[in-house]
Ligand binder design. Structure first.
Ligand code: ADP
Length: 303
C-alpha cells in the first residue's frame, strides 16, 4: 500500500474559555478548561489515518503522561508510531489557548520536545522516508529538520508536500525541494509577497511559487475553497457551505484528507472534493483532532 510519512509537531493544547482576553496585570476567571491533543503534525497524521491512509508519524514527545497518552491515541487511530520518540529531558510541546466568548482565540506555543526533532533524528528515519510514496511536512519543528527530511525524500524519489504553517519565511533551497505546497492565504502572502484574497491574486501567488520551482500549488481560501495550479491548468474549486463553529484544524484536515484520497487512487477532482468534505465537517465541530471525521462520515456527507 502507498504509505504516507508525516513529520511534525505534537502539542498538548491547554484551552481555557474566557469572557475576554486578560489585560496586562489582570487575573480572569475562565471556564471549561480542557487539555486536548493538537500540533499540526499530529493533526495531519490523524486526519490522513482516519481518512484511510497508511501513515507513519515521525515526531518527538516529552517524558510525561500527556505525551504518552497522545502517542497511544495515534496508535489507536492506526498510525505507525515506531518513529514517535520520547525525549528524556524535555516536556511535550504545548499550546496555551484562550478562546473568548466571541469565538476568537489567542495562542502562545512552546516547542519543547518538538524542538529536539533535529536533522540527526530525521536522518535516523531515512528508511521510512525512502519507503514512502509521500512525505507531508509543516513548520512547527526546526526548519533545518524540515529541510533534511525534504532533502532525503528528494534523494529517494518520495513526493514532498509542504503545508507551510505556521507562516515563516523559508529559504529558496527548501522551497525548491517541494513538489506540492498547500498554504492558506496568510502563508501564501508571506512566502510570495502577493496579498491573496480572491482567484486573481491567488493566481499571481501561484505563479510566484511555480517560479520558485514548485510544480503543484494549492492555496486554501477558507470558506471560498482552494485555488489549484500545476502550471498548465488552474482552477478555483469551491468547498461546501456549512455552519462553521470552530475552524481549528480545517487546513490540517484538508491536507490529510487530500493525500489519503490521492494515495487511495482517487483522481485530482475526487481527491479535492473529498478533502473539502472532510474539512467542512471538521469546521462544524469544536476542537482539533476531536473534530476530524472518519472516512465513513465523509463518504456519507458526500453522497
Ligand atoms: P487553515 O485552517 O490552514 O487556515 P483554510 O481556512 O484556508 O486553512 O481552510 C482549509 C480548507 O478548510 C478550505 O479549503 C475548505 O475546504 C475548508 N474550510 C475552511 N473554512 C471553511 C468554512 N467556513 N466552511 C466550509 N469549509 C471551510
Amino acid at each position: 500500500m502507498n504509505r504516507l510519512v508525516v513529520l511534525g509537531s505534537v502539542n498538548a493544547d491547554h484551552v481555557l474559555r474566557v469572557p475576554h482576553f486578560p489585560r496586562p496585570g489582570e487575573t480572569l476567571t475562565g471556564h471549561s478548561y480542557q487539555v486536548v491533543p493538537g500540533g499540526k503534525g499530529a493533526n495531519q497524521a490523524v486526519a490522513a489515518a482516519r481518512l484511510g491512509a497508511a501513515v507513519s508519524f515521525i515526531a518527538r514527545i516529552g517524558d510525561d503522561a500527556i505525551g504518552r497518552q497522545m502517542k497511544a491515541g495515534f496508535a489507536n487511530d492506526g498510525i505507525d508510531v515506531s518513529a514517535v520518540e520520547q525525549d528524556e529531558h524535555l516536556p511535550t510541546g504545548i499550546a496555551i489557548i484562550y478562546v473568548s466568548d466571541e469565538g476568537e482565540n489567542s495562542i502562545g506555543i512552546s516547542a519543547e520536545a518538538n524542538g529536539a526533532l533535529t536533522p540527526a533524528v530525521v536522518k535516523c528515519h531515512e528508511a521510512l522516508i525512502a519507503g514512502a510514496h509521500t512525505l507531508l511536512l509543516q513548520l512547527e519543528v526546526p526548519l533545518e529538520s524540515v529541510f533534511e527530511a525534504a532533502r532525503l525524500a528528494r534523494t529517494h524519489g518520495t513526493q514532498v508536500v509542504l503545508n507551510p504553517a505556521p507562516a515563516r519565511p523559508l529559504s529558496a533551497e527548501l522551497l525548491a525541494l517541494v513538489d506540492l505546497i498547500t498554504p492558506n492565504q496568510t502563508e501564501a502572502e508571506l512566502l510570495t509577497g502577493v496579498k491573496v484574497s480572491d482567484e486573481a491574486s491567488a493566481a499571481q501567488a501561484a505563479a510566484r511559487f511555480h517560479q520558485m520551482g514548485i510544480g503543484e500549488v494549492m492555496i486554501t481560501l477558507g470558506s471560498q475553497g482552494v485555488y489549484c495550479s500545476n502550471g498548465r491548468q488552474q482552477a478555483l474549486i469551491p468547498g461546501f457551505r456549512v455552519e462553521a463553529v470552530d475552524t481549528t484544524a480545517a487546513g490540517d484536515t484538508f491536507n490529510g484528507a487530500l493525500l489519503a484520497a490521492e494515495l487511495a487512487g482517487a483522481d485530482f477532482h475526487e481527491a479535492v472534493r473529498f478533502a473539502h468534505g472532510a474539512a467542512a465537517l471538521s469546521v462544524t465541530r469544536f476542537g482539533a483532532q476531536s473534530s476530524i471525521p472518519s472516512k465513513q462520515e465523509v463518504d456519507t456527507f458526500l453522497q
